[in-house]
Design a protein around this ligand. Structure first.
Ligand code: UD1
Ligand code: CA
Length: 466
């Protein structure tokens, strides 16, 4: 027997009123990615023959983001006015054209949903040959959710939204999750029978339950085993709650893969981060974007890494890095700032109060204290004395220039390297040197050639008045 065909509809057109935001709700970010991305990812593994995203509020933005988030082919359906979840489902269904088979409907604001749960729901639906199968959850606090009303036999009778519920109905703790599987024909026929006779004057998708039951169709309800999976994000309060659960889930995945996370509650790891075995992540560490941590590395406490690669066995303490590369067994921190293009080769060090930008620090080379290294190429086994600055920026022309330092160089404390300048292999500079001319290999240079060379012309306007 061939497997029935599957289509998926993601409801992502809602206004997100409770968010009070100019950003569409499904684009609010959770652990490094927009809410809707998690839903698309869960759906991706189900091999649906068509996936429709219903867009409306901020539709162009949502569409552009969805296209970036998945390689899967998506169809976008515009819901002109946000008249409710049934109207959104209708817009999505219209985009399915001649499709026949099962239709999975998922809200774009439930990022914790897993592919396994969706798969199990689809299988249950097929096994029971239901017209519709809904996913429900037993929630400690179901406030804000639609409540599931079951009949004397325990079958679902209808769903009542919080705003329409009586106190008795509100006392019910089984909540609708807004995840559905429909037989397409049953979905189409029931959608036309839904009205807006409710407190919010919206077309509720939840009303299909009563419509289908009246027609004698089977409506199934499957209770999820993990009620946290179905939590929706309607406000920034719920965003923070769901983010905490997502962070825990991400941390558990890494811990089970052999990473020590000393305190998951104070560790912030984005969904796309990879971490090697036996790495130790200390509290107050933030790993963002496409950051990669090598095996056996020690990161934190107090570290923020964005799109940064850390090699095996490296240590990073009390540091901020963005688009940087820390080589194997390199050391960073404490109190270090690595900016885009900072590259520390194997065993290199950037220590306390050191800022590095668009520079390579060669294998085994050290910048231990109080230095600014910008637009520089530093060779292997170099020691940069405390207080060294690459003067890479000409304040008059706005031009940036390069400093090139060879291998085995000793740069004395407080050396100013006035770029463009080159220091040859094995050269040495004395403390306090101001290097504005190239130093050849093996040369020892000292002194500060600071002397008046010319006078600046006073600025006509805007300049400093005496
Ligand atoms: C909905 C359910 C509720 C359930 C809850 C679970 C209805 C009527 N209510 O309520 O029973 O407990 O989800 O999280 O279905 N959307 C559109 N167009 C619209 C309205 C909504 O695309 O016109 C989208 C939203 O972007 C969202 C999803 O549909 O992704 C659900 O809408 P939302 O307003 O969040 O519904 P809830 O009030 O949470
Ligand atoms: Ca919701």
């Amino acid at each position: 027997m061939s497997t029935p065909r599957l289509a998926a509809i993601v409801l992502a057109a809602g206004e997100g009123k409770r968010f009070k935001s100019s950003t569409p709700k499904v684009l609010h970010v959770l652990c490094g990615g927009p809410l809707v991305g998690y839903v698309l990812k869960a759906i991706a593994s189900l091999a649906a023959s068509k996936t429709v995203v219903v867009i409306g509020r901020g539709g162009d933005e949502v569409k552009a983001a969805c296209k970036q988030l998945t390689k899967a082919k998506l169809t976008f359906a515009l819901q002109e006015k946000q008249l409710g979840t049934a109207d959104a489902a209708r817009a999505g269904d219209d985009a399915l054209a001649k499709f026949s088979g099962d239709v999975l409907i998922v809200p774009g604001d439930s990022p914790l949903l897993t592919a396994e749960t969706l798969q199990a729901l689809i299988e249950h639906h097929r096994r029971t040959k239901a017209g519709a199968t809904m996913l429900t959850a037993e929630l400690d606090d179901p406030t804000g959710y639609g409540r599931v009303i079951r009949d004397a036999q325990g079958r679902v009778e209808r769903v009542v939204e919080e705003t329409d519920a009586t106190p008795d109905e509100k006392a019910i703790t089984e909540a609708n999750t807004s995840v559905w599987v429909f037989d397409r024909a049953a979905l189409r026929s029931s959608l036309t029978k839904i009205d807006r006779a409710n407190a919010q004057k919206e077309f509720y998708l939840t009303d299909v339950v009563a419509v289908l039951r009246d027609k004698g169709e089977v409506v199934e309800a499957v209770k999820t085993r993990d009620p946290t999976e179905v939590l929706g994000v309607n406000s920034r309060v719920q965003l923070a709650d769901v983010a905490a659960l997502m962070r825990r889930r991400i941390a558990e995945r890494h811990m089970l893969d052999g990473v020590t996370i000393v305190d998951p509650a104070t560790t912030f790891i984005d969904a796309g981060v990879t971490i090697g075995r036996d790495a130790i992540i200390h509290p107050l560490t933030h790993l963002h974007g496409a950051t990669t941590i090598g095996a056996g590395s020690e990161i934190g406490p107090n570290v923020k890494l964005v799109d940064t690669t850390v090699g095996d066995g490296a240590t990073v303490i009390n540091a901020v890095a963005n688009q940087a590369t820390v080589g194997p067994r390199a050391q960073v921190g404490p109190f270090t700032y690595l900016r885009p293009g900072a590259v520390l080769k194997e065993g290199a060090k950037a220590g306390a109060y050191v800022e590095v930008k668009k520079s390579t620090i060669g294998k085994g080379s050290k910048v231990p204290h109080l230095s600014y290294i910008g637009d520089a190429e530093i060779g292997e086994n170099v020691n940069i004395g405390a207080g060294t600055i690459t003067c890479n920026y000409d304040g008059e022309t706005g031009k940036k220039s390069k400093t090139v330092i060879g291998d085995d160089v000793l740069i004395g404390s407080d050396t100013m390297l006035v770029a463009p300048v080159t220091v040859g292999d094995g050269a040495v500079t004395g403390a306090g040197s101001v290097v504005s001319k190239d130093i050849g290999p093996g040369e020892v240079a000292i002194g500060a050639p600071a002397r008046t060379v010319r006078k600046r012309k006073p600025k006509k306007e805007g300049g400093r008045k005496k």
